[in-house]
Design a protein around this ligand. Structure first.
Ligand code: COA
Length: 352
C-alpha cells in the first residue's frame, strides 16, 4: 500500500465479518486441580471460569491468528484486506512483529501490517487504529486480529495465573463505509496509566532488563497483582463505558450486549452493575475459554454472533482493560452479517 490521500469526508470503519480460532486442547478446572493446589470450586466461585484452551507444543500466536483471520475474511465475502493488524502480548518473536507474517500466510503480502501492543486492551486499541486508518483514507479494508498464547508466558506452576488464562484468536474485518450505518465503529474512549506498569508485567526480556543466565524464574514469566488489577479493571472499564455511552447518546438500558474483556465473571458483573446495565446483557464467553487476552473481545463477539444472541441493529458496548495499564471502549450497532451481506450491511432492527 502506498500514498496517504487526504481524509475523505464522511467515511467510517464498518464491521463486516467475524472469525475465531481456539486450540483443540481443553484444560478443565479438574485437570488444573489435579496438578496445582486449587479446586474447581475455588476457580469457579472466584472467576466463573470452567475451561480454557491450550495451544499445542509449537503452536504459536500467528498459527491461531491466521485461522481466525481466514475465517473473518471469508465471512466478510472473501475480498482481500489492504491492512492487517495483530493485537497481541505474545508475538511469535520479540522482533519482528507478527502481523506481516500473518498477512503473508493469508496471501496478503504487500498489505500494511503491524502489531498493536496494548495487552488485553489491544483489540479495542486496534479498532480505534483501524477506524482512523479507514476514516483518513489510508486503508479501505482492515483485518484486525486479537491473538494470544498466554500458555507461552504464564508459569504452569503459578496457580493464580494458570487458572485464568487461555489461548485463542478472534478477528474482525472492517470496510470503508459511512458513519451511522449498522456496524460503523465509533464513539471511542481510550486511556492508560503507566504509573501502574508493574501491576501486570513480564519483568525481564526487554531492553530494561534483558534475560541472562542470572534472571530469576519469576521475572521470565507473566506476573500480576490480582487484587489491584481487579480493582482497576472494574473502575476503568466502568468509567470508560460511561464515557462511551455518553458520547454515543445511549442510556445504560439501551445496551443490548455488554461485551467486556473476559477477565473474570465477577469483574463483568461489577462493571455492569456500576454502569447500570443489567447483568443478563453481559456476554459470558470466559466460562468456556478463560481470559484469552487480546482475543477475548472478538472471540466473545464471534460466540454471541454464532449462537444467535447478536441480532442486526442490537446496540453493542465493547469495553477492555489490560496491562500498561490500558483501557478502552467503543460502541456499535450490530450489522447484518448473514451470508452475502459482507460488503454492504443493512440493519434489521428499528432504531430506538
Ligand atoms: N486456588 C486456590 N487458592 C488460590 C488460588 C487458586 N488458584 N490462587 C490464589 N489462591 C489463594 C491465595 O494464595 C490467597 O491465599 P492466602 O489468603 O492464604 O494468602 C487466597 O487464595 C486469596 O488470594 P487473592 O489473590 O486475594 O484472591 P482473589 O479473591 O483476589 O482472586 C484472582 C484472585 C486472580 C482470581 C482475582 O484477584 C482476579 O480475578 N484479579 C483480576 C485478574 C484479571 O482479571 N486479570 C486480567 C486483567 S487484563
Amino acid at each position: 500500500m502506498s500514498g496517504i490521500p487526504p481524509g475523505p469526508a464522511g467515511r467510517a470503519a464498518v464491521l463486516c465479518g467475524v472469525g475465531g480460532r481456539l486450540p483443540e486442547r481443553i484444560v478443565s478446572n479438574a485437570e488444573l486441580s489435579a496438578r496445582l493446589e486449587t479446586t474447581d470450586e475455588w476457580i469457579t466461585t472466584r472467576t466463573g471460569i470452567r475451561n480454557r484452551r491450550a495451544a499445542a507444543p509449537g503452536e504459536a500466536t500467528s498459527d491461531l491468528a491466521v485461522e481466525a483471520g481466514r475465517q473473518a475474511l471469508r465471512a466478510a465475502g472473501g475480498e482481500p484486506a489492504d491492512t492487517v493488524l495483530v493485537a497481541t502480548a505474545t508475538p511469535d518473536r520479540r522482533c519482528p512483529a507478527t502481523a506481516p507474517l500473518v498477512a503473508a500466510r493469508l496471501g496478503l503480502t504487500g498489505a500494511a501490517a503491524f502489531d498493536v501492543s496494548a495487552v488485553c486492551t489491544g483489540f479495542v486499541y486496534g479498532l480505534a487504529t483501524a477506524a482512523g486508518l479507514i476514516a483518513t483514507g489510508v486503508s479501505e479494508r482492515v483485518l484486525l486480529i486479537g491473538a494470544d498464547v498466554y500458555s507461552s508466558i504464564v508459569d504452569p506452576a503459578d496457580r493464580t495465573n494458570a487458572i485464568i488464562f487461555g489461548d485463542g484468536a478472534g478477528a474482525v474485518v472492517l470496510r470503508a463505509g459511512t458513519p451511522g450505518e449498522p456496524g460503523a465503529i465509533g464513539h471511542f474512549d481510550l486511556g492508560s496509566d503507566g504509573d501502574a506498569e508493574d501491576a501486570i508485567i513480564i519483568a525481564a526480556g526487554g531492553s530494561r532488563s534483558p534475560v541472562t543466565e542470572h534472571t530469576p524464574r519469576a521475572e521470565r514469566h507473566f506476573a500480576m497483582r490480582g487484587k489491584e488489577v481487579y480493582r482497576h479493571a472494574v473502575l476503568r472499564m466502568t468509567a470508560s463505558s460511561r464515557a462511551t455511552l455518553a458520547a454515543a447518546g445511549w442510556r445504560p438500558e439501551d445496551v443490548d450486549h455488554l461485551v467486556a474483556h473476559q477477565a473474570n465473571l465477577r469483574i463483568l458483573h461489577s462493571v455492569a452493575d456500576a454502569t447500570g446495565i443489567s447483568r443478563d446483557r453481559c456476554v459470558r464467553h470466559l466460562v468456556d475459554v478463560g481470559n484469552t487476552g487480546a482475543a477475548s473481545i472478538p472471540l466473545a463477539l464471534g460466540h454471541a454472533h454464532d449462537t444467535g444472541a447478536l441480532v442486526p441493529g442490537d446496540r453493542v458496548l465493547l469495553t477492555g482493560f489490560g496491562g500498561g495499564l490500558t483501557w478502552g471502549s467503543c460502541a456499535l450497532r450490530w450489522p447484518d452479517l448473514s451470508p452475502g451481506t459482507g460488503r454492504r450491511s443493512t440493519g434489521g432492527k428499528d432504531p430506538r
